[in-house]
Design a protein around this ligand. Structure first.
Ligand code: ADP
Ligand code: ZN
Ligand code: ZN
Length: 809
């Protein structure tokens, strides 16, 4: 009788995208559990790969030719039942490999690292054994790879059948430890050692007394040194004499700022909710009490107190002995919001965001997995936090497109949240000042329950917004990023010792070089996109493939010296502002100034302490910031996103303007907002000015209806890429034919067309967009297309399928 295990192997191809059956060797029976990592032989048997146990079969008589599991990598499962079934659903829904879905859920440290080793399988001569293998019977190939003599020797030995190359899986999951010391003798024995000491062995004498005080305990050596004043060398003598032993103690790597956690007695008390908040919280809390997996849309203007409603919902879940998950977009995962959650729930909170090192992330993950943290706050991928018994799931700023992952598996955190809500019988709360049209439409149909907060806390009015037409300004004064009115207001704030925030909308727009004589735009040689000027490194960079080249002094096309840069980067604006208002202190926040770990927090802290008068930044400053001294918000170029070939461009512009406007006048001082634009009549800007979400929603819904876009239709995007443009185009034409034959007549197929950025990383891209209401054949035909194209081999066309794409560029 053999026990059999179903294993998903770490070989991400379509052909291997299914469980393989392995025998469980007798020594591992009773140890293997679902969700554990295992090492298994794969393919021709020379290769070892990591795998995940996704099924265990009843012992059967069948033993046949099945390979056996080599080893277990975990003592406990790393994926529980819930996440295991979620991973399968996710792979299916997003047209991804099962193994990729599993890895998406886990910290990087649990990914396999396979190394190539050379094993001696027959006697080799003594000198080789000694010089090359250092007396061991195997060798890590990476350590000798660069030495051609050794490599050719090894290859020769391989031909002679004396050594074998193998891939083995190494576990990267390292826990961090510190040295602990533990007395090896009991009190009396230590006393005995002490009496037999030399009279002037003072240090050893001290060590023995200290050890007597910690008999039966293990103490971190750093702490022991601090408490006793005994030096490290003396502890080593203690080890030699057999008085004490050193043991590793596991410690968690603490993410930034965690040291300042309030202890449980100093946690902030919940605020008394106002009527609107109370009404919303009651509904959510009722659903938590009743274990109802319904979805709420909490629509509340900025500053209406949504966060307080989230916090009290989380408290409710904890009170019911359940856990809670709160997602915020990466860019608004500011220390401000994290600290609010920490001050309320203290050490129960785990934080997951992209700023953590792999080790810190792994440790936070383990705190959650072991049930030591019951509240998780994080960005998109935190939706896979290994919480069990979830009582409520919250997505703040639910309309944010960053909740959709734009590489495989192409999941949307909102959909995963709903899946987990159902699994756990827990409500999901989607919060936003400007809900996505999809969510709002569902709320109107009663699929979600709409909860509204129409007023700001304490009835503070929303700041007045002025739309400023830049066209006459430029005619009169020439090119500038600043209107006279905005400059006057900035200077006025300086005089009053108040602060301002300036936002530069940079979506799809940047500084590029153009020749004034021939119109040539400097482009990346690999991608069909203009290079961006970076003043800090004095280079032109491609934001897609990373290509970098020096700033040209002559036009590469016609040789003219009249090559200049166009567009507006934050650096250029900063320089202009410096010359216009030299006395203003400016903090610039963009990808360049925040790339280093901790810089984001640092710059915000400086601004919060009023070490600068103006915070100048890209979209990353539009969200979540709450600075009471900010009374002026300026948007320098409201409309750069409007011209993009994407049906969501108006929605994004409206969201962004509404968000950034909410940053002004949050406390007692009155705030105001200036929006500079070349399209003052555009409806997205008009409705944003009036703070009229409802009006925008109606207008935009009518347009979406007319053009058959979401939320009236669902969309899927197929993309084919190949180094040869004709091959990519042909593949897509074939796929279109196949789709047209099998899909319902009501389904609309657009394309194939070259992608807006048609060439990237030396490959050409063609896309097809499918719009459908209901099509029972769609899912299976897409799976089939994926299957067919995948099995043709890697030199062929690559196809990706993106359900509900967020961008069409
Ligand atoms: P939102 O998340 O909707 O933008 P916040 O939750 O950040 O709004 O609330 C805005 C401000 O109002 C915060 O400073 C918060 O502390 C305060 N606040 C929220 N609810 C209350 C309340 N019930 N009583 C007093 N102050 C509140
Ligand atoms: Zn030129
Ligand atoms: Zn490029």
């Amino acid at each position: 009788m053999a026990q059999l295990a179903q294993v998903i192997v770490d070989v991400p191809t379509m052909q291997t995208n299914r469980p393989y059956t392995y025998q469980v060797p007798t020594r591992l029976e009773n140890q293997v559990q679902l969700g554990m990592r295992v090492v298994v032989p794969f393919g021709n048997g020379k290769r070892q790969v990591q795998g995940f146990v996704v099924g265990l079969d009843q012992p059967t008589k069948y033993s046949g030719q099945l390979k056996a599991i080599d080893a277990l990598m975990d003592l406990q499962p790393v994926i529980g039942d819930e996440l295991l079934s979620l991973s399968k659903w996710l792979a299916d829904q997003t047209y991804a490999f099962w193994i990729s879905s599993i890895y998406t859920m886990l910290p990087n440290m649990l990914k396999a690292k396979s190394t190539r080793v050379v094993k001696i399988i027959d006697e080799v001569d003594e000198q080789v054994a000694f010089d090359v293998f250092h007396g061991k019977d195997e060798l890590d190939f990476a350590t000798v790879q660069s030495n051609p003599q050794i490599v050719s020797l090894l290859l020769k030995l391989q031909r002679q059948g004396k050594v074998r190359f193998e891939y083995v899986v190494a576990d990267k999951a390292k826990t961090k430890t510190t040295v602990g010391i533990r007395p090896q003798l009991n009190f009396e024995e230590l006393e005995e050692a002490r009496t037999s000491l030399h009279a002037n062995a003072h240090a050893q004498n001290r060590l023995l007394s200290y050890l007597q005080s910690i008999v039966g305990k293990t103490v971190k050596q750093v702490d022991a040194e601090k408490v006793s004043g005994i030096k490290a060398a003396t502890f080593n003598i203690g080890v030699q004499k057999g008085w004490l032993t050193k043991v590793p103690i596991e410690v968690y790597r603490t993410p930034l700022g965690q040291e300042s956690l309030p202890d449980d007695h100093h946690l902030a008390k919940p605020l008394t909710l106002n009527d609107e908040q109370r009404a919303a919280a009651d509904k959510i809390e009722q659903a938590i009490d009743d274990s109802q997996s319904r979805v709420f849309l909490l629509e509340g203007v900025t500053g209406s107190g949504k966060t307080e409603v989230y916090l009290q919902s989380i408290a409710k879940a904890l009170q019911n002995h359940k856990t809670a998950l709160m997602l915020v977009p990466e860019i608004s995962l500011t220390p401000q919001i994290v600290n609010r959650v920490r001050r309320r729930f203290g050490s129960k909170v785990a934080v997951l965001h992209s700023g953590l090192s792999d080790g810190e992330r792994f440790d936070e993950w383990r705190r959650i997995n072991r049930g030591e943290a019951q509240v998780v706050v994080g960005a998109r991928s935190a939706i896979f936090a290994p919480l069990t018994n979830i009582g409520v799931i919250i997505l703040d700023e639910e309309h944010e497109s960053s909740y959709k992952q734009d590489e495989a598996p192409r999941y949307h955190a909102r959909e995963v949240a709903k899946w987990r809500g159902e699994y756990n019988d827990a409500p999901v709360v989607l919060g936003s000042a400007t809900p996505s049209l999809e969510s709002r439409a569902r709320a109107m149909k009663g699929v979600y329950q709409l909860l509204q907060l129409k007023h700001r806390v304490n009835k503070r009015p929303l700041p007045p917004i002025k739309v400023l037409d830049m066209r006459p300004e430029i005619k009169e004064r020439g090119e500038s990023n600043f209107s006279r009115e905005l400059l006057t207001k900035l200077t006025d704030r300086l005089a009053k010792n108040e602060q301002s925030i300036l936002m530069l909308n940079r979506r799809g727009f940047s500084s590029f070089m153009m020749c004034r004589d021939c119109g040539e735009v400097l482009k990346c040689p690999n991608c069909d996109i203009s290079l961006t000027l970076h003043m800090d490194s004095h280079t032109m960079k491609c934001h897609y493939c990373g290509h970098e080249e020096p700033i040209p002094r002559f036009c590469p096309h016609c040789g003219s010296r009249e090559i200049r840069y166009y567009g507006t980067g934050t650096e250029k604006v900063e320089r202009e502002l410096n010359s216009l208002i030299p006395q203003a202190r400016i903090i610039r926040m963009d990808v360049d100034t925040t790339r280093r770990k901790g810089m984001h927090e640092k710059l915000l802290r400086q601004f919060g302490h009023h070490q600068a008068d103006i915070l100048l930044g890209t979209q990353m400053i539009a969200k979540g910031l709450d600075f009471p001294n900010v009374t002026l918000v300026g948007v320098l170029n409201a409309d750069t996103g409007l011209g993009l070939p994407d049906f969501r461009s108006s929605e994004r512009t409206f969201d962004l303007l509404s968000q950034v406007s909410g940053r002004a006048g949050r406390a007692d001082k009155k705030g105001e907002v200036i929006i500079q634009t070349y399209n003052p009549d555009h409806y997205a800007i008009q409705f944003a000015q009036r703070n009229d979400y409802e009006g925008f929603f109606k207008r935009e819904m009518a347009l979406r209806h007319q053009a058959s876009y979401p939320p009236y239709y669902f969309t899927v995007r197929l993309m084919a890429s190949h180094e040869d443009e004709a091959v990519a185009a042909r593949a897509m034409a074939q796929i279109k034919e196949q789709l047209t034959k099998s899909l319902m007549p009501s389904t609309i197929i657009l394309g194939p067309t070259p992608r807006a950025i048609a060439r990237m990383k030396r490959r050409y891209y063609y896309q097809i967009v499918i719009k459908y209401k209901q099509d029972q054949h769609l899912h299976s035909i897409l799976q089939k297309i994926l299957q067919e194209t995948q099995s043709k081999g890697k030199n062929d066309v690559q196809i990706s399928i993106d359900p509900d794409p967020q961008y069409f560029m």
